[in-house]
Design a protein around this ligand. Structure first.
Ligand SMILES: NC(=O)c1ccc[n+]([C@@H]2O[C@H](COP(=O)([O-])OP(=O)(O)OC[C@H]3O[C@@H](n4cnc5c(N)ncnc54)[C@H](O)[C@@H]3O)[C@@H](O)[C@H]2O)c1
Length: 370
């Protein structure tokens, strides 16, 4: 079977994880070109791909380098575009590719507004191409095991879940890239740092949302526009309550990232640096001990982004080959974005917000809110 031809747009910090996932799936895909408006970053990425391929004895050709993604789309015959630009450009670049009938894998968050998210979903549908969003932690072995336990009904009724992301990001972090902490290109800690865990919480509860109450503040980062602390309570339609506490203010360093699921017959807590370790695993059915699941499912990771990109790519490749939906398609990717934008809305109007599928809000609507 022919390899799928990939290209990466945006060659900054996260792009290395995509290069790795492409190489890990080298039997199915190859990287044909890379693009960054800062051309030296794209040149660097092309070299990185070649060097890493050689290290793994994978036959590879140096990807072509571009500084204009439109020119790249015109000149190259690519199947899949991977969008790794700053978040505020995701929708514009994705829509350009989707409109030219190209498959798109976009970094999280897929967009900064629900209107843009909907446009992306509809454009992919209309052009019969796939759209996937990079929530790679869904593929972490402990997370997959938790999801399996839910699917098997081992929790009985799930009545609550909590996502806690208690991290530290300092001035140096925000000054390194000017787009961070801006409403237009990034959003606050809820959209940037907490979005993975929010996605997982709603995926585990697996219900539509009834209402959301949110409070956000900027406590310790006066040099950014957005919140550095957020608290959200979600009432799900199935009756469960979701709690989210996310911050980048923790002194003096990252303290915790956990996902807790509470059911009438089971309690699970997943933690570690990137939700890669099982901390609590307790079920009435006593199918296995904590030690057994830890031994089987805890994983070591190279960096805070975890190892999920490689299986996420495999899932996306399969979805293209089999014309099926990827695990995290546009509709799935939109769910955590909706929760966050509704929480901002709740803060703005000092009341709980009921879920309305036509809710049309954007992170820019909250400019100046704090
Ligand atoms: N999935 C994850 O765990 C994870 C982790 C970190 C970052 N991210 C996401 O990845 C995205 C990028 O983050 P980053 O830290 O790599 O940012 P970065 O600033 O390091 O890189 C972004 C790059 O995109 C380039 N770019 C901007 N506009 C472009 C255009 N029109 N064409 C080509 N290149 C363009 C910039 O020049 C820059 O090099 C963000 O949306 C972020 O939320 C995801």
């Amino acid at each position: 079977m022919n390899k799928l031809k990939f290209a990466v747009i945006g060659c900054g910090r996260i792009s290395g994880n995509h290069i790795k996932a492409i190489l890990d799936n080298f039997e199915d895909v190859e990287l044909i070109s890379v693009c960054d408006i800062l051309k030296d970053r794209a040149e660097f990425k092309a070299d990185e791909y070649l060097i890493k391929a050689q290290e793994k004895n994978i036959p590879a050709i140096r990807p072509n380098v571009y500084s204009d993604y439109r020119e790249m789309l015109q000149k190259e015959d690519i199947n899949v575009y991977v969008i790794c630009t700053e978040s505020g450009y995701h929708a514009e670049v994705s829509l350009y590719c989707l409109n030219l009938k190209k498959h798109v894998l976009v970094e999280k968050p897929m967009a900064m507004s629900l209107l843009d998210a909907d446009r992306m979903i509809q454009t992919a549908q209309k052009n019969n191409v796939k759209l996937a969003v990079c929530y790679q932690n869904r593929f972490n072995p402990p997370i997959q095991k938790l999801r399996q336990a839910i699917d098997e009904g081992r929790f009985g009724q799930i009545f609550a879940g909590t996502a806690r992301i208690l991290w530290n990001r300092n001035k140096e972090y925000y000054y390194k890239a000017k787009w961070r902490g801006t409403w237009k290109l990034d959003g606050g800690c809820l959209i940037n740092q907490c979005t993975h865990n929010i996605d997982l919480l709603q995926w585990m509860i697996g219900s539509k949302i009834d209402s959301i109450y949110g409070q956000t503040e900027n406590y310790l980062h006066p040099y950014i526009q957005t919140e550095d602390y957020g608290s959200i309570i979600i009432k799900f339609k199935n009756g469960a309550i979701g709690n989210i506490e996310g911050t980048v203010c923790v002194y003096p360093k990252n303290l915790e990232e956990t996902l807790t699921i509470l059911g009438e017959k089971g309690t699970v807590v997943i933690g570690g640096v990137a939700l890669n370790k099982i901390l609590v695993w307790d079920f009435e059915d006593r199918q296995e001990t904590l030690e057994k699941v830890q031994k089987e499912y805890d994983s070591e990771i190279e960096n805070v982004y975890g190892n999920g990109n490689t299986p996420l790519y495999k899932d996306f490749i399969d979805s293209i080959r089999n014309n099926s939906a990827p695990l995290i398609d546009g509709k799935e990717g939109k769910k955590s974005l909706s929760i966050i934008l509704m929480a901002y809305n709740s803060q703005k109007y000092s009341r709980a917000i009921s879920y309305n599928k036509d809710l049309n809000i954007s992170s820019e609507d909250f400019e100046g809110m704090l």
